[in-house]
Structures are given as structure tokens and as C-alpha cells.
Design a protein around this ligand. Structure first.
Ligand SMILES: Nc1ncnc2c1ncn2[C@@H]1O[C@H](COP(=O)(O)OP(=O)(O)OP(=O)(O)O)[C@@H](O)[C@H]1O
Ligand SMILES: [Mg+2]
Length: 396
């Protein structure tokens, strides 16, 4: 690329006026800047791009002054394409328009000295307008192209990250399924022995009974952890069938109410009539909602009660489901971490709930998001799940 630039600038230098020393110096200036631009931009992207524009518009403006008897008539005016294209590559649409306006202004400023000696006829005015018009046209076309390729590259990165995560999970799944099996067998033996011990030591005082009880309850805890870890790590095989989202949410809610019979929670359901069914794995989707609703109940537990809103809406490509609680919400510094496996702020949490939900959503081609600051009036956390309809749904 640098070589091409040097050839291009060399070509300009060889064209008349050849003996104009200022013109040649300005071309050298362009060359020097072009060779160092990459380094400047990588060292300071924000300020570097502004500097690039100032330098290029400045040099282009000077070049015009030294290449025509009347600067505004200079045949070198397309040199302004250089800053215009640079703006289109380094800025968004608004920045591109702004810098193109600055470049056009710099060029048109030569009209003022020219008007002192000449008058502007209709032909001259149209020529000038056309030139400026083409500056903008070029800027917009190139900027649109650049923005589109940037978006495509960003999409590709997200897709690559998703594939990498799936590969890591698959490897982890195989390893841990075997390991979990090996852990569960001895646990069953330990638990059985503890129960035997507890029966046998019925008359032998309180301590052996108490110790046997500890062994048994701790084994239960490890068992739950292993089960939860398996849920997370095991490769999922989806059994897709049409599912009714509100019914699944109600089931998950009923389970949570059963687990926390004392919780004073006011539930609001917001399901539009005629919500289409979608094709998904029923058991896994129920697990998704159960995890989100359990988290909501746990978040509201310290206050002894609260409000839970759950709802769904049909969109063009799928169904959006939300679960919102009136708990303390997720502190902004934890927002990125809560989806990581084993991240928990709860004394007895495993930190796998949201990781399991994310994994199930990935497998369904859906999305899980924590909506930031749902509304100032109701703080709390709002989790949204977006599920594509899938083939053969009522809509698909
Ligand atoms: N509704 C919520 N309100 C506030 N914080 C939440 C909410 N849901 C999740 N969190 C935060 O995200 C963390 C991770 O949640 P996740 O469900 O993955 O694990 P956990 O609930 O801690 O443990 P587990 O679900 O495995 O029992 C929680 O510890 C909590 O800090
Ligand atoms: Mg949880």
C-alpha cells in the first residue's frame, strides 16, 4: 500500500508544474504523513484520526494554492478526495459528513481571493457545485461500504466466539460426565453407610447420630453440586417439540412457590392472547425459566417479599420472554461476570444457574440478556430470553 502511495505521489510530482518547489514539498509532506499515519493511528486512535484529517485537508488546501494561477481553478482539486476518503474510512456517517464539509469549505475558501479579480458566472458556479457534490458522493459511498464491512467483521467475531465456547464446553462435557459418574457411586455408598450407622447407633447417644446426619446432608449437597455441574457440562441433545411458553413459566413459578411457601411475592403475568407456540426442548426450556425464577425469588428473599413480573411477546423472528423482580438488581460491576460458570454471590450457590441458561439458549439459537436499569421506578433485575420460532412452529 505504501509503495502504491509513493508511485501515485511520484506521478503527481512528474506532472506540471514540475518546477514549482512548493508543490513538490507538499507532495513530500503527503508521502511522509502517509508512511507514518498507521503508526500514529495505532498509538492514539481517537486523536490520531483528527490529526490525519487536519494534516490531509491542510496539505490538500496548500497544494491547490501552488498548482493553479487561480487556485480554485487548479486541476489538482481531486486531491481533496484523499482527506474525504480518509474521513469515510476512519469516522462514522456523521463524522464523514462533517469532515467532508470542512474539506469542501477549505476548497471553496479560494473563491474569496478569486472574486477580487474575477466574477463568478453560472458555468463556474455549476462547476464548483458539481465538484463539491462529488466530494460528498464519494464520501458517502465509501463510508457505507466501510460500515457494512465493519459490521460483518463484528458479526464474524461473535460467531467465532460462540463456536469456541461450544467446543470448550463439549470437551469439558465429556470429561466431566465420566468424572461425575465416578464421584456419584462412592457418594451413594457413603450415604448408605451413614444411614446404616445412624440406625445402628440409635441407643448410643446423640453424637454418633448427629455426625451420621452431617455426613448424610453433606453428601446430599455434593450430589446436588455434581448434578448441577452435569447439567452445565453435559452435551445437550435437543428434543424439539411445540411448546407453550406461558404454561412452562407457570410450571416453573409453581415449583418456586412450592420451594418458598413463606415468600410473600405478588406475581403479575403479561401474556398476550394468541401467543404462538414455538419449537424447542420442553424440559430444557423449563429449566431455563426455573433458574431465572429461582434467582428472582432468592434476590427478593432478604426483603421477605416483593413483586415478580413475567411476560412474553411475539416478534417477527421469535418470542421474547422476560422475568423481572423487585430485588436489589445486579450491581453494574458484576453485570459481565454473572454469566460465567461458578460465579456466585450466594453462600450456598453454585454459580451455574445462568451459565446453564446461557448454554441452553445457545443451543436453541436464542439469546439471554440482562436488561440494564429496567426502569428507575422499579429497580430489581430484568432478564430477557429471546427464542426463535424454529421450524414447524405455528409461525415457522
Ligand atoms: N434476579 C437477580 N437479582 C440479583 N442478582 C442476580 C439475579 N439473578 C442472578 N443474580 C446474580 O448472579 C449470580 C449468578 O447467578 P446464577 O444463577 O448463575 O448462580 P447462583 O444463583 O448464585 O447459584 P445457582 O443458581 O447455581 O444456585 C448470583 O449469585 C447473583 O449475584
Ligand atoms: Mg441461580
Amino acid at each position: 500500500m505504501d509503495l502504491l502511495w509513493l508511485v501515485f505521489l511520484g506521478g503527481l510530482a512528474a506532472l506540471p508544474p514540475v518546477r514549482e518547489i512548493h508543490k513538490q514539498l507538499i507532495l513530500v509532506g503527503f508521502g511522509v504523513w502517509q508512511l507514518s499515519e498507521g503508526r500514529v493511528l495505532s498509538r492514539s486512535p481517537r486523536h490520531g484520526r483528527v490529526l490525519a484529517m487536519v494534516v490531509k485537508i491542510g496539505l490538500a488546501t496548500l497544494l491547490i494554492a501552488h498548482t493553479g494561477e487561480v487556485a480554485i481553478n487548479s486541476s489538482y482539486f481531486p486531491i481533496f478526495y484523499v482527506p474525504v476518503v480518509t474521513a469515510a474510512m476512519l469516522f462514522g456517517p456523521r463524522g464523514t459528513l462533517g469532515w467532508t464539509a470542512v474539506a469542501s469549505g477549505a476548497y471553496c475558501a479560494y473563491l474569496l481571493p478569486a472574486l477580487r479579480h474575477y466574477s463568478l458566472d453560472a458555468y463556474g458556479r455549476d462547476q464548483l457545485a458539481l465538484r463539491v457534490f462529488f466530494f460528498f458522493l464519494l464520501a458517502l459511498i465509501i463510508n457505507r461500504f466501510v460500515m457494512e464491512s465493519r459490521e460483518a467483521a463484528a458479526g464474524l467475531l461473535v460467531e467465532q466466539e460462540r463456536t469456541r465456547r461450544a467446543e470448550r464446553l463439549a470437551a469439558l462435557g465429556q470429561l466431566s460426565a465420566g468424572l461425575a459418574h465416578e464421584i456419584r457411586n462412592p457418594l451413594a455408598v457413603i450415604k448408605g453407610s451413614a444411614e446404616m450407622l445412624s440406625k445402628e447407633s440409635a441407643g448410643a447417644g446423640a453424637l454418633p447420630m448427629e455426625l451420621a446426619g452431617y455426613i448424610s446432608s453433606e453428601v446430599d449437597r455434593v450430589n446436588v453440586l455434581v448434578g448441577r455441574f452435569l447439567d452445565f457440562a453435559r452435551p445437550l441433545r435437543l428434543d424439539r417439540q411445540p411448546v407453550d411458553i406461558p404454561a412452562l413459566l407457570d410450571r416453573a413459578l409453581a415449583d418456586a412457590e412450592h420451594r418458598w411457601p413463606q415468600a410473600r411475592i405478588v406475581v403479575t403475568r403479561a401474556f398476550p392472547p394468541g401467543l404462538p407456540r414455538l419449537v424447542a426442548d420442553r424440559t430444557l426450556m423449563e429449566r431455563v425459566f426455573a433458574n431465572l425464577i429461582n434467582n428472582a425469588f432468592e434476590a427478593m428473599a432478604p426483603a421477605g417479599g416483593g413483586r415478580l413480573t413475567m411476560g412474553a411477546s411475539g416478534e417477527t423472528a421469535g418470542i421474547r420472554v422476560w422475568i423481572q423482580d423487585s430485588g436489589p438488581g445486579v450491581p453494574s460491576e458484576l453485570r459481565d461476570q454473572i454469566f460465567n460458570p461458578f460465579f456466585t454471590t450466594k453462600p450456598a450457590g453454585t454459580g451455574l444457574g445462568l451459565a446453564i441458561v446461557s448454554k441452553i439458549m445457545d443451543q436453541h439459537g436464542g439469546e439471554l440478556t440482562l436488561v440494564e436499569g429496567a426502569s428507575p421506578a422499579s429497580p430489581g433485575a430484568r432478564f430477557e430470553v429471546f427464542l426463535p420460532y424454529g421450524e414447524h412452529s405455528d409461525r415457522g
